[in-house]
Design a protein around this ligand. Structure first.
Ligand code: PMP
Length: 353
C-alpha cells in the first residue's frame, strides 16, 4: 500500500480498513452489511453506544458533557456554534483559512470580534498577545491549522467559554476537556472517514441553546436523542468505532499515540532545520505535529518533488492550493516507518538536486 501524507481524508490503519471491510461484507455474522441494517437495530445501537464510550474513555471526558455524532462536517459547526451559543458577541482567534471561515459564519449571527490574526505573515504563527473581551459569549480557537502547519498545544487561560475546532489534531495526544465548553472535529483526519463530525458539549452550553432554532441545527435535539434524531451516518460511525478500538487496543491510548506523533514530527522538523533544502514555513514555536509545511528552492523543484515522491509510493505531499509549497500530513494512522521512508526520500532528493 502507498504511504499517504494527504491532509484529509487521511490514511486509516490496516486494522481499521480490514475490520471495516469485514463489516461491509457481513456485520457480526448477521448476514447483512453495516450499510444495510437499521440504525435502530440492536447491532447498530451497540456500535453507537460503544463509539461514544470509547471517545469518553480515550479523551477522559468527565460527567457533564455530551458526545454527539453529527453530519455536515466541521463547516456546519462554523454555523451551529454561533447559532446555538452566541447571544450578542463572540471572540475569534484568526489563525488560518478555517478560522477565517468560522469567523465569517459567526458574523451572520451577531458581533464576531477578531481578537488577533496572523494573516500579516500568511498565518505562519500563532498570535500570543491579545485580549479576550470578558463579555463575549465564547472564545473560538482552531487548535491545528491544517493548511499552514501551526498548532496551539498549550493550555489556555480563558475568561469566557472556550470553543475549539480540533478537526486536525484531536486524538493526537491526551486532552483535558475541562476548560472547553464545546469541542468539534470533522472525522476525516484522526477519527475516521468523512461524513461524521464529533461534538463534545458541556451541559451548561446546552442550557443556552434557544428553543426556537430549527431541529436539525440545534444541539439539544441531538443530545436529547443520543445523536439519533434522524438516521445517523451508520457506516462512517462504524469505521470511527474501529479507529477508536485501534487507538485503544493496538496503539495503547493517547499517551502512547502522542509519543509516536512527537517522534514522527521530530524526524521531519530535524531534517527541515538541518538540511537547508526544505525551509519550513511555520514559526518554530508554532509548529504543528500533524501538518509539516515546507518549501523547496523553487516551484519547479516542488512539482518534481511531489511527482517523484509519488513514483516512490509517497503520496499526498502537495501543499494546499491556496498557499502552494509542500505539506506532509502525519496524522495518527501515518506510521513512523512511513515518515522515515519520507525523510529518506527527502534526503536523497535534496542530494540529487
Ligand atoms: N477545520 C479544520 C481545521 C479543517 O482542517 C477542516 C477541513 N480540512 C475543516 C475545518 C472543514 O472540515 P469539513 O470539510 O468537515 O467541513
Amino acid at each position: 500500500k502507498k504511504h499517504n501524507f494527504s491532509a484529509g481524508p487521511s490514511i486509516l490503519s490496516p486494522y481499521t480498513i480490514q475490520h471495516t471491510a469485514e463489516g461491509v461484507l457481513d456485520l457480526n455474522q448477521s448476514g447483512l452489511s453495516i450499510m444495510e441494517i437499521s440504525h435502530r437495530s440492536k447491532d447498530f445501537m451497540a456500535i453507537m453506544e460503544e463509539t461514544q464510550q470509547l471517545f469518553k474513555d480515550l479523551l477522559d471526558i468527565p460527567a457533564g458533557y455530551h458526545v454527539l455524532l453529527l453530519q455536515g462536517g466541521a463547516s456546519m459547526q462554523f454555523c451551529m456554534v454561533p447559532y446555538n451559543l452566541m447571544q450578542h458577541k463572540a471572540a475569534y482567534l484568526n489563525t488560518g483559512s478555517w478560522a477565517s471561515k468560522a469567523l465569517k459564519e459567526a458574523s451572520f449571527f451577531g458581533e464576531a470580534v477578531e481578537v488577533a490574526s496572523s494573516k500579516d505573515k500568511n498565518f505562519s504563527y500563532i498570535p500570543k498577545d491579545y485580549k479576550i473581551p470578558p463579555d463575549a459569549d465564547y472564545f473560538h480557537i482552531t487548535t491545528n491549522n491544517t493548511i499552514y502547519g501551526t498548532e496551539i498545544r498549550e493550555d489556555m487561560d480563558c475568561p469566557v467559554n472556550l470553543v475549539a475546532d480540533m478537526s486536525s489534531d484531536i486524538m493526537s495526544r491526551p486532552l483535558d476537556p475541562g476548560p472547553f465548553g464545546l469541542i468539534y472535529a470533522g472525522a476525516q483526519k484522526n477519527i475516521g472517514p468523512a461524513g461524521v463530525c464529533l461534538v463534545i458539549i458541556r451541559d451548561d452550553m446546552l442550557e443556552r441553546v434557544p428553543e426556537t432554532l430549527p431541529s436539525m441545527l440545534k444541539y439539544t435535539t441531538f443530545s436529547a436523542k443520543n445523536s439519533m434524531f434522524n438516521t445517523p451516518p451508520c457506516f462512517a460511525i462504524y469505521t470511527v468505532q474501529l479507529v477508536l478500538k485501534w487507538l485503544e487496543d493496538t496503539v495503547g491510548g493517547l499517551d502512547a499515540m502522542a509519543t509516536v506523533n512527537r517522534k514522527k514530527a521530530a524526524t521531519l522538523y530535524h531534517l527541515l532545520d538541518n538540511d537547508g533544502f526544505y525551509p519550513g514555513t511555520a514559526a518554530a514555536d508554532s509548529r504543528s505535529l500533524m501538518n509539516v509545511t515546507l518549501r523547496l528552492p523553487d516551484e519547479d523543484l516542488e512539482k518534481r518533488f511531489v511527482a517523484e515522491a509519488l513514483e516512490n509510493g509517497l503520496g499526498g505531499l502537495k501543499g494546499h492550493r491556496s498557499v502552494g509549497g509542500c505539506r506532509a500530513s502525519i496524522y495518527n494512522a501515518v506510521s513512523l516507518a512511513a515518515v522515515e521512508a519520507l525523510a529518506q526520500f527527502m534526503k536523497e532528493f535534496a542530494r540529487r538536486n
